[in-house]
Design a protein around this ligand. Structure first.
Ligand code: SAM
Ligand code: DTB
Ligand code: SF4
Length: 344
């Protein structure tokens, strides 16, 4: 169900900086590559204009993550510390008890988060494995938080079960460009990811879908990732852009760091390509300076993961995040889209 209350920003004609060459005539990826090639100041100016047409530029949505089933995952995603294929020292743990999940969600709400995202290190939940997660979704929803889950590939009927339990968002990332995907993951395909996103959408759950940069992909591949995300119909309501967290023991641990300016460009391009979506400055903030995070907000990021942990790695302290938002005169959103939560 498309968001009813968010105004669509003009894609290019009313934007303050001229559109890239032959807007509309070129394939989407070429248009997006042209955005990447703009001078930095022009790109940010344009992204700010697009951002302001749809959103309060001083507001940021806060989501807190919790790993409800950690480690031992059969998939071989090259970036992930939770894959059983990599020796990262992340121990496998069983599914968390409901009461502990509710405690964590309550603490997240008290700290100021509006959405609680539960992650599981599965290829996808088996029929029986979904049951405890449905309980968690019901209980977190009852606290007045928006609910999100990221559980991997879904089978027939599972998205509907999650929707009935009160799930507002499902996170399932495309992760990287279609032509780079096979170099990062061999145990499933880009097409498998699209199929789950389709199931989620058909069940009436909002889609949270983004990717990771800094995995050795080219700029053209970053553009192809953004093009693939923007071509989902409709585009995802929430778009997490993760900077690779290079975890020792994973095949990507020694990847060259992506320059900060290229990360900010990726955020700006995502903002322009998906004007009505929340663009989340996601993993990697712990290694990112405050000025770079501020540039990401200027480039149109309007959501962050908030809380001292992501799934298995660190995230800035909540105090530090509150101080940063204060310094920038930004405020946390009380509700992501007031009154429009599909499971309200
Ligand atoms: N197992 C489910 C799946 O893969 O869809 C859900 C959990 S998985 C950890 C969720 C997402 O976390 C991945 O799609 C990936 O985008 C992100 N992620 C995992 N490891 C990461 C890392 N080291 N750096 C940045 N993002 C990462
Ligand atoms: C997303 O795009 N990033 C989050 C969330 N969705 C599930 C996960 C980041 C994980 C970073 C590595 C870790 O903490 O294990
Ligand atoms: Fe498993 Fe998800 Fe990590 Fe891939 S990203 S190894 S599917 S937990």
């Amino acid at each position: 169900m498309p968001p009813a209350t968010v105004k669509q920003a003009p894609q290019s004609s009313a934007s303050p900086v001229a559109a890239p060459p032959a807007g509309g005539a070129l394939p989407a990826t070429a248009q997006i590559e042209a955005l990447f090639a703009l001078p930095f100041a022009d790109l940010l100016y344009r992204a700010q204009g697009v951002h302001r047409a749809s959103f309060d530029p001083n507001a940021v949505q806060l989501s807190t993550l919790l790993s409800v089933k950690t480690g031992g995952c059969p998939e071989d995603c090259g970036y992930c510390p939770q894959s059983a294929h990599h020796a990262t020292g992340v121990a496998e743990a069983p599914v968390m008890a409901l009461a502990a999940v509710v405690d964590a969600a309550r603490a997240a709400r008290v700290a100021g988060a509006t959405r609680f995202c539960m992650g599981a290190a599965w290829r996808g939940p088996k029929r029986k494995e979904l049951e405890p997660v449905l309980e968690m979704v019901r209980a977190v929803k009852a606290l007045g938080l928006e609910t999100c889950a990221t559980l991997g590939l879904l089978r027939d009927g599972q998205a509907e079960q999650l929707r009935e339990a009160g799930l507002d968002y499902y996170n399932h990332n495309l992760d990287t460009a279609p032509d780079f995907y096979g170099e990062i993951v061999s145990t499933r395909t880009f097409g498998d990811r699209l199929a789950t996103i389709d199931r989620v959408r058909r069940a009436g759950i909002r889609v949270c879908c983004g990717g990771i940069v800094g995995m050795g992909e080219s700029r053209a591949q970053r553009a192809a990732l953004i093009a693939a995300l923007a071509s989902l119909e409709p585009p995802p309501e929430s778009v997490p852009i993760n900077m690779l967290v290079r975890v020792e023991g994973t095949p990507l641990a020694d990847s060259a760091a992506l320059d900060w300016s290229e990360f900010v460009r990726t955020i700006a391009v995502a903002r322009i390509a998906m004007p009505a979506s929340y663009v989340r400055l996601s993993a990697g903030r712990q290694e990112m300076s405050e000025p770079v995070q501020a540039l990401c907000f200027l480039a149109g990021a309007n959501s962050i993961f908030y809380g001292e942990r992501l799934l298995t790695t660190g995230n800035p302290e909540t105090e530090a995040d509150r101080a940063l938002l204060d310094k920038l005169g930004m405020h946390a959103l009380a509700e992501a889209r007031p009154g429009t939560s599909p499971n309200a």
